[in-house]
Design a protein around this ligand. Structure first.
Ligand SMILES: *Cc1c(COP(=O)(O)O)cnc(C)c1O
Length: 458
């Protein structure tokens, strides 16, 4: 077979990149209070801030958009959407929402609350925020190897099964409304969860009578990793593997801005009729009537089509290869990364890359700013700015200092990625000159979206 894996598409619509001069970028950074979420997108050359809502839609998706039925109730597009979600997940009740966090807010309003603990392989930041906002505790139990970023392993997204059972016995079944399995594990490197782990979680959960809910944002990438890496799956079809993954749980929360190629959208799908009834009431209160749930009919069509396209093997082969390609280039440039690279992003291990900047100098944010300053590349910090805490006036750092380079789906070509690798090589040669940042203003939850910083004066 051929060695070169190619993009399995050709480009039909193009959009210019945001070229800027270096002096302008320094001013843009200052204006943005050194928080790249505040930078206007047309001042960004290569945008690796997120893979969320940034996918290129296919000609078929755009055609489906034109077929969208915008009826308030009972729109044809809803039934197309509902059957696509049912075919994929097998879950009975399908509630459209405007994006993943709406599904989280609704589900935690139904099952969360004070005194409760939700257990996960790792809660994503909005999932944790919604759990805590409901008054419940969000407990992460990743496998011990998950935080060892240098040692690659096939399924670092797995939950620690022994810790899970210990926690269930300690906390008590009545206080645990659900176990959330995040596929892939976004907070800890986009690492996949194995089918073996999902089956064991399902068995334990059944034994104790606790429902399992999947955070399915990147279900297709997870399914493809299972096919590639897990014994017994290499000849199975990816859609079949995905269905089996969903069969280990009784519901899911989905951000269609990830593995559905849509620019907006999501859903909550549940087997439990009582939960679904309560969820529908909250849906009507905040999102919309249950057959559109905060989306236009055309969005429902785009998601329905995207859920099928994302499971195509040629696409997934290209997708995973393109992330590996970026990872190989960074390794060659001497940049330490979380090993192995994830399904949607490469995570730079900044603790190792910039050891001279302590956690309270936000080394990840220092690198994020330097990437923008040097070449207009936008990335995101996943470290003490995102997860650090201030407890009684004392700074508590995050367990990791990472910078995530998330790759939008079907958007950038290989030469865009070559450029990113070249920029990293240049920064790596003068990395000792990067200095700490000072946090001027934060907020209680999801600080990284609104924080204001400045470079620490030399
Ligand atoms: C993005 C994401 C969410 C939240 O979805 P939004 O559409 O951004 O609200 C939840 N969980 C995971 C794992 C995600 O990546």
């Amino acid at each position: 077979m051929w060695k070169t894996i190619i993009e399995p598409f050709k480009i039909k619509t193009v959009e210019p990149l945001g070229f800027t001069a270096e002096a302008e970028r320094e001013a843009v950074l200052r204006e943005a209070c050194y928080n790249v979420f505040n930078i206007p997108a047309d001042k960004v050359l290569i945008d690796l801030l997120t893979d969320s809502g940034t996918s290129a839609m296919s000609a078929e998706q755009w055609a489906a958009v034109m077929r969208g039925d915008e009826s308030y109730a009972g729109a044809r597009s809803f039934f197309t959407f509902e059957s696509a979600v049912r075919r994929l997940t097998g879950y009975r009740h399908v509630l459209p929402v405007h994006q993943g966090r709406a599904a989280e807010r609704i589900l935690f309003s139904v099952v969360g609350g004070p005194g409760k603990t939700v257990i996960s392989n790792s809660h994503f930041d909005t999932t944790r925020a919604n759990a805590e906002a409901s008054g419940c505790e969000a407990l992460d139990l990743p496998v011990p190897g998950a935080l060892d970023f240098d040692t690659p392993a096939d399924f670092k997204g797995d939950i620690d099964l022994k810790a899970l059972e210990d926690a269930i016995r300690r906390i008590g079944t009545p206080n645990i409304p659900m176990i959330v399995m995040t596929l892939t594990n976004n907070s800890l490197g986009g690492q996949p969860v194995s089918m073996a782990n999902l089956r064991e979680v399902s068995r334990i959960a059944l034994h104790y009578g606790i429902p399992v809910i999947i955070d399915a944002a990147r279900f297709a990438e997870n399914a493809f990793f299972i096919k590639r890496r897990e014994p017994g799956f290499s000849t199975r079809k990816v859609p079949e593997i995905a269905s089996e993954m969903f069969s280990t749980a009784s519901g899911c929360m989905m951000s269609s801005k990830k593995d559905a190629f849509a620019n907006i959208g999501g859903f909550l799908a549940l087997n439990d009729s009582e939960w679904a009834k309560k969820a529908r009431e909250i849906l009507i209160l905040g999102e919309g009537f249950p057959t559109y749930g905060g989306l236009a009919g055309r969005d429902l069509e785009a998601v329905a089509r995207g859920l099928e396209e994302v499971l195509e093997e040629q696409y997934l082969t290209y997708r995973i290869r393109s992330i590996e390609y970026l990872a190989e280039g960074l390794r060659r440039a001497g940049v330490p990364i979380v090993e192995p690279p994830g399904g949607h992003a490469v995570y730079v291990n900044v603790k190792k890359f910039l050891p001279h900047i302590p956690p309270d100098g936000y080394p990840g944010q220092s690198l994020v700013c330097e990437l923008y300053r040097t070449a207009g590349i936008r990335a995101v910090e996943i470290g003490s700015l995102m997860f650090g805490k201030n407890q009684d006036g004392r700074f508590v750092p995050a367990p990791m200092e990472l910078v995530r380079l998330a790759v939008p789906r079907r958007v950038y070509t290989q030469s865009h990625i070559d450029f990113v690798i070249e920029v990293f090589g240049e920064i790596a040669r003068r990395k000792e000159a990067l200095g700490p940042m000072r946090l001027l203003e934060g907020s209680q939850r999801l600080t990284h979206f609104t924080a204001k910083l400045m470079p620490e004066p030399a």
